[in-house]
Design a binder for this molecule. Structure first.
Ligand code: FAD
Length: 378
């Protein structure tokens, strides 16, 4: 993942710990670069990471340090130029062989399950736009079609087109390890664990990974109006595309996109240890209080006003007046995460609309017609 031009003394910021706590954060002071980006260092243990940072003059900034700095320069700016969305550059029959840069667990010990932030080096060969997905073909044989490869699994890309290394050569994924628990015994059954998510979460730097895509247009960020409002509703790994949007809006210095609207993120997870990219989001809140709002629903830690678990739809209800007004004024609303999130949200929106004397069906039809309504659930 070598950078094409020397970057010594360039003002660049790189995230290392992206989960918002000291549990995976390296803190370093200097910001000068030699010829390589910091990706491969991510997997080393803390001591060897510190040593290796000392030995080389190559160092990275933590997100905490980035929070107090001006925006990060990105290259190559040609990535802004194509008028057409990149689509299906690589297909399942001829996937691109990329390389794993790093795999990092980004949830705390009390989180149910495991979620990993995975950086993949595509060497600039599989460009994508914010909100798109990559396909991954896990190694091995498809049990349903002996001799054939596994089916492609899709993953929303959690970085901007410039990647976490800001050089257009990597893409990041936010992957939850699919585990299987026997419903009778409650014990984990590894023979039924998810194939691709476990392959990705177990991968090591340098491992090969077959990717397809990029795919998807539904979650592309409309950028014509830099003053637009974007309401983002995520559960768990559904936050992936929104991390990409928010880095583009607030972290990166993109000459052709100077965001000056409102981005409002609602994130639903089980508890505070399960929060994803919380530090990045909190830093935007601090630096851009006029342009960013961030509301969390922690279902196992907080109660809604009826005394039940706090889900994203409860937060939506809490702010429904504002949300409906923003939608009436042309706001975009996005939903991403597990399929199961939508019925509860739709019921809440319908109830709120009725209380306001409006027909939800008509409103939804209008939102879809205006291209304000974006849903990607899985
Ligand atoms: P699979 O091997 O496909 O298994 C699926 C499930 O079945 C698992 O839970 C597994 O434990 C269970 N299972 C396996 N064998 C048995 C058995 N014998 N009996 C009962 N159950 C069994 N996921 C993310 O984590 N992050 C994302 O950003 C993301 N984005 C997505 C975007 C899109 C557009 C789509 C469509 C999906 C996305 N997904 C995402 C989901 C992802 O594509 C995979 O579906 C997911 O990772 C599970 O794949 P797997 O190969 O690990 O599990």
């Amino acid at each position: 993942m070598a950078l094409s031009t020397p970057l010594s003394q360039m003002s660049v910021a790189l995230p290392i710990g992206i989960d918002g706590s000291s549990r995976s954060m390296i803190k370093v002071q200097s910001v000068s670069f030699t010829e390589k980006s910091c990706g491969p260092l991510l997997r080393l243990d803390t001591v060897s990471r510190k040593l290796s940072l000392k030995k080389r003059s190559k160092v990275c900034m933590s997100l905490q340090q980035q929070a107090s700095r001006s925006k990060v320069s990105v290259t190559p700016l040609e990535l802004e130029e194509p008028k057409e969305t990149p689509l299906n550059l690589y297909r399942p029959k001829e996937p691109y062989t990329a390389k794993i840069v790093s795999v990092e667990r980004i949830v705390g010990p009390q989180a149910p399950g495991e979620t990993c932030h995975i950086v993949i080096d595509h060497d600039g060969k599989v460009p994508y736009w914010e909100g798109q997905s990559y396909g991954v073909i896990p190694p091995g044989e498809n049990p349903k079609k002996p001799g054939a490869p596994h089916n492609v699994r899709l993953y929303s890309i959690a970085s901007t087109r410039y990647g976490d290394s800001f050089d257009g050569k990597t893409a990041s994924l936010c992957v939850r390890r699919a585990q299987y628990y026997d419903p009778e015994t409650g014990k984990e059954d590894p023979s039924k664990a998810g194939v691709c998510s476990n392959f990705l979460c177990n991968a090591k730097p340098g491992d090969k990974v077959q990717i397809t895509g990029p795919s998807g247009k539904v979650m592309l960020l409309p950028e014509e109006d830099p003053k637009a409002t974007h309401i983002m509703i995520a559960t768990g790994t559904g936050v992936a595309p929104f991390r990409g949007y928010l880095r583009r809006m607030f972290m990166e210095d993109v000459p052709t996109f100077k965001f000056d609207g409102l981005a409002w993120l609602f994130l639903g997870v089980a508890n505070s240890d399960s929060l994803l990219y919380d530090e990045e989001f909190s830093s935007y809140l601090k630096d851009y209080p006029e342009n960013f709002r961030y509301d969390k629903a922690l279902s196992r830690e907080e109660k809604n006003k009826k005394g039940g678990k706090m889900y994203v739809q409860d937060k939506i209800e809490e702010y429904s007046d504002e949300i409906f007004k923003l939608l009436d004024n042309g706001a975009h609303i996005y939903f991403c995460g597990l399929k199961g999130m939508m019925p509860g949200i739709q019921d809440t929106l319908k109830r709120v609309a009725e209380e306001r004397g409006e027909s939800w069906e008509q409103k939804l039809t209008q939102l879809r017609k205006n291209k304000q309504w974006h849903v990607e659930v899985y």
